[in-house]
Design a protein around this ligand. Structure first.
Ligand code: SAM
Length: 241
C-alpha cells in the first residue's frame, strides 16, 4: 500500500472506532466516561488476526486462535467500568487472550498484570504490547485461577473467562481491602452471571453484586473447570460474550 493509501486506511479505522463508541457503547448509558475514552483510543484491529481486521469494530467477539475469542467491545467496557479504576490502581487480568482487554485496562490504571494459560496467545499479546508501546502491562503464562501472589494485592481483578459459581479463593485473597473482583460465574461452562465482588475496606467482608448474563469461554485451571471436557477449548457459539 502506498503511504497515501496507508494514511487513508488509518483514518478509516479511526472513524470506525469512533463510530463503534458513539453507536454501540455510549448510548447504553452505563459506561464510565474514561472507559469510553479508552475504547476510542485502543486500536482493536491490532489485536485480531489480519483476516478479521475489517470486522474489528463490530460489537461482537472474534476468533483469535487456540479456540479462544477476543471479547465483545461492550462486554470489555462493562467489565472495565465495573472495576472502577483510578490512575493509581494495580490490576490483575485473568485471561489475556489477544491482549485487547489488558490494553483498555492499561489506559485506566497504573499497572496491569495479565495471565494467560495458552503460551502462544500470551507471546503474541506480549509482542503487540511492545509494538504499540505499552509499558505498564506485564504478561505471565500460567493458571490465573491461582492469581499472581508475587504481585498482589490488587485494587481490581478482572477475569475474562467463565468461572464456576464459587470464585477461585486465591483471587479473593489477593484482592486489596476495598478491591473489586469482576468475574463471570455460573454452574455451567457457558452461561454465567457477571458478578462484582467488593472487599470491604477492613478486608473482612465480600459483597456480591450481579451485573448481567454473559457467555464466556470457560476458565480452565486448578480452581476453575477441568480441561478434560470435550468443549474445554472450544469457543462459545457466535453472538455470545
Ligand atoms: N481479555 C481477552 C481479550 O481481550 O482478547 C479475552 C480473553 S478470552 C474471552 C478468555 C481467555 O482466558 C482465553 O484466552 C483463555 O485461554 C484464557 N483462560 C482460560 N482459563 C484461564 C486460566 N486459568 N488462566 C489464564 N487464562 C485462562
Amino acid at each position: 500500500m502506498s503511504p497515501a493509501g496507508k494514511d487513508r486506511h488509518a483514518r478509516a479505522l479511526t472513524r470506525s472506532r469512533m463510530r463503534m463508541v458513539a453507536r454501540d457503547l455510549a448510548p447504553r448509558g452505563n459506561l464510565d466516561e474514561a472507559v469510553l475514552e479508552a475504547m476510542a483510543t485502543v486500536p482493536r484491529e491490532a489485536f485480531v488476526p489480519p483476516e478479521y481486521a475489517h470486522r474489528a469494530y463490530e460489537d461482537g467477539p472474534l476468533p483469535i486462535g487456540e479456540g479462544q475469542t477476543i471479547s465483545q467491545p461492550y462486554v470489555v467496557a462493562v467489565m472495565a467500568s465495573a472495576a472502577e479504576l483510578t490512575p493509581v490502581d494495580q490490576v490483575l487480568e485473568v485471561g489475556t487472550g489477544s491482549g485487547y482487554g489488558a490494553a483498555i485496562l492499561a489506559q485506566l490504571a497504573r499497572q496491569v498484570y495479565t495471565i494467560e494459560r495458552h503460551a502462544n496467545l500470551a507471546t503474541e499479546a506480549r509482542q503487540r504490547f511492545e509494538d504499540l508501546g505499552y509499558r505498564n502491562i506485564d504478561v505471565t503464562i500460567g493458571d490465573g485461577t491461582l492469581g499472581l501472589p508475587s504481585r498482589g494485592p490488587f485494587d481490581a481483578i478482572v477475569v475474562t473467562a467463565g468461572a464456576p459459581s464459587e470464585p477461585p479463593p486465591a483471587l479473593l485473597e489477593q484482592l486489596a481491602p476495598g478491591g473489586r473482583l469482576i468475574i463471570p460465574t455460573g454452574d455451567t461452562r457457558y452461561h454465567q452471571e457477571l458478578t462484582r465482588i467488593r472487599r470491604s475496606p477492613d478486608g473482612t467482608e465480600f459483597k456480591r453484586e450481579p451485573l448481567g448474563g454473559t457467555r464466556f469461554v470457560p476458565l480452565i485451571g486448578e480452581a476453575g473447570w477441568t480441561n478434560d471436557h470435550p468443549l474445554a477449548n472450544t469457543g462459545p457459539p457466535r453472538d455470545t460474550e
